[in-house]
Write a protein that binds this ligand. Structure first.
Ligand code: NAD
Length: 299
């Protein structure tokens, strides 16, 4: 299948490289030249512009930071809508809002372009190993047509229902994951402040009922003092905001998600928004003036 890929960052880069390795003909574009080169080295063609990518392919995919970035690439001047051929399938792999993906789909449908929302989960390691989950909402026949491409970079590939349901699944998943992560940060800080060795506490929790993927992520960062970005606080903050918007539309109270959003706001207020999402640990450490993990190592 001839595939276009726009947005070759932490997730898009490895996902796209796996599509290339899967034997598909791929045309790529990113604002960062090195990101493009990494794909060209594996056999992709550099499109040079969104227009050049969109006009030449059967399927065009995006993996972009914010809903406004997706909107600009899909509907903006020189974007996918202006340039893709009728019959093209557009798949947005970003974590986007259901409302935005529906707006994009409606505009593109007028040009006979089908839109699918296909957010992914599994992090950078999962993207590198092609083990991520892909949750896809929208036209089932188009989903089936894209399956050979999805299979080249994902493992659990699920059709979630109508357009927007992929985003809904992803936002719910991330709200649960970040809430677990924040609970882990709070628990680790409480334990350390009360005097237990964090490595011993961690050994207990990962073998007890407090364990979760979110807990493990934050414990690893805290104990190894490694907050290098793979998934930034800024993007996680965006995801929680989108989940809160969803709840607003439904008039449903969210009790935990907004608390975690506020913790992220504290982290961002210290210019740590570009660090890994696990840097929310530092909000607790600053309040308690104590570090979880070896003293003297990287804050
Ligand atoms: P990133 O910031 O690392 O990558 C985004 C890429 O898009 C960058 O390379 C940037 O140069 C490029 N870009 C931005 N605007 C562009 C434009 N107009 N034209 C071409 N390229 C453009 O972000 P990421 O971490 O890869 O996340 C991408 C999406 O995937 C986000 O929606 C995020 O929420 C979601 N996501 C991320 C992770 C993760 O672990 N990082 C996991 C699951 C989902």
């Amino acid at each position: 299948m001839k595939v276009g890929f726009i947005g070759l960052g932490h997730m898009g880069g490895p996902m796209c490289r796996n599509i290339i390795k899967g034997g598909h003909e791929v045309i790529v574009h990113d604002l960062v030249a090195d990101a493009v080169q990494g794909c060209v080295d594996l056999g992709a063609t550099a499109g040079g512009s969104i227009a050049n990518v969109a006009s030449q392919v059967e399927v065009v995919m995006t993996s972009l930071p914010m809903p406004k970035d997706v909107e600009a690439v899909a509907l903006g001047p020189g974007g996918i809508g202006e340039n893709a051929k009728p019959g093209t399938i557009y798949v947005d792999l970003s974590t986007n809002s259901p409302a935005m993906i529906r707006k994009i789909a409606e505009a593109l449908a007028a040009k006979d372009i089908v839109t699918l929302d296909g957010p992914v989960s599994g992090g950078v390691v999962g993207a590198e190993n092609a083990t991520i989950a892909i949750m896809v909402g929208g036209d089932k026949a188009s989903f089936d047509a894209c399956m050979p491409v999805f299979e080249s970079f994902g493992k659990t590939i699920v059709h979630t229902g109508e357009l927007g349901t992929g985003c809904i699944a992803k936002l719910v998943n991330n709200m649960i994951a970040f809430t677990n992560m924040a609970a882990g940060a709070e628990g680790l800080m409480l334990g350390v402040a009360a005097g237990i060795d964090p490595a011993i506490l961690d050994q207990i929790i990962r073998n007890s009922s407090g364990d979760s993927m979110g807990y493990r992520g934050i414990a690893k960062s805290a104990l190894e003092r490694d907050f290098a970005p793979a998934f930034t606080v800024d993007l996680a903050y965006k995801d929680l905001r989108l989940a809160m918007e969803l709840a607003d539309d439904l008039d449903m109270p969210l009790l935990l998600g907004p608390q975690v959003h506020n913790i992220m706001r504290m982290t961002r207020s210290k210019d740590q928004g570009g660090e890994n999402v696990t840097a929310i640990m530092k909000a607790y450490e600053d309040i308690m003036d104590k570090q979880v993990g070896p003293a003297g190592k990287n804050r």
